[in-house]
Ligand binder design. Structure first.
Ligand code: HEM
Length: 163
């Protein structure tokens, strides 16, 4: 096993947890009416999630994989968690890209975040943004939390698979 693959794995989990925190900050900012900070936090969350993807794909390319070797009665539960995590992580990509696209369209039409409500094209784009993010935020949080939980489980009960 390559020793640096385990370090890449740790860095990947770190970025996924940070992206979840940036996401929560973004939700907090928009609830407080601070659109500028909301944009910065969400772009940070998206950059961190992209970095996660790069690290994760690097780890896969290095052939670093851990299998569950914990108590047998928890095996089914572990795989249910793992599969839900993988399916929702894949779904999270379009769920993030689509509202980002609407935000870009809205910002371009308005020219400035302060003009969003007075510009009909921008207003429509941000209404669509709101519709999509209703799904994006819970899915993203679920993926971030379960990714970290899976890492902890495999840290305790995982065995590195030979390749
Ligand atoms: C994938 C990244 C993003 C997520 C997950 C996200 C999430 C959210 C959430 C949860 C809301 C509140 C929706 C509601 O009131 O029900 C919102 C609204 C908003 N977001 Fe984002 N956001 C993202 C990226 C951005 C970016 C990059 C911008 C800046 C251009 C932006 C601008 C706005 C604005 C202006 C609103 C208020 C919309 C309104 O007035 O109805 N968002 N977003």
């Amino acid at each position: 096993m390559l020793p640096n693959a385990a370090v890449i794995n740790q860095a990947a989990v770190f970025t996924i947890v940070l992206s979840g925190l940036a996401l929560l900050a973004g939700v907090y900012f928009i609830r407080s009416g601070n659109r500028e900070s909301h944009m910065r936090a969400m772009l940070s969350a998206s950059a961190l999630a992209t970095l996660f993807l790069v690290l994760y794909l690097t780890r896969l390319a290095l052939g670093y994989e851990k299998a569950y070797a914990g108590p047998a009665e928890w095996k089914l539960g572990y795989y249910a968690l793992l599969i839900s995590h993988i399916v929702l992580a894949a779904a999270n990509l379009p769920l993030a890209v689509i509202p980002l696209g609407y935000a870009y369209k809205g910002l371009k039409a308005a020219g400035n975040l302060a003009n969003v409500d007075s510009n009909p094209v921008a207003r429509a784009a941000f209404d669509a943004h709101r519709k999509w993010v209703r799904w994006t935020v819970p899915v993203w949080l679920y993926v971030a939390v379960t990714g970290w939980v899976i890492y902890l489980i495999l840290g305790r009960w995982g065995e590195v698979m030979p390749h």
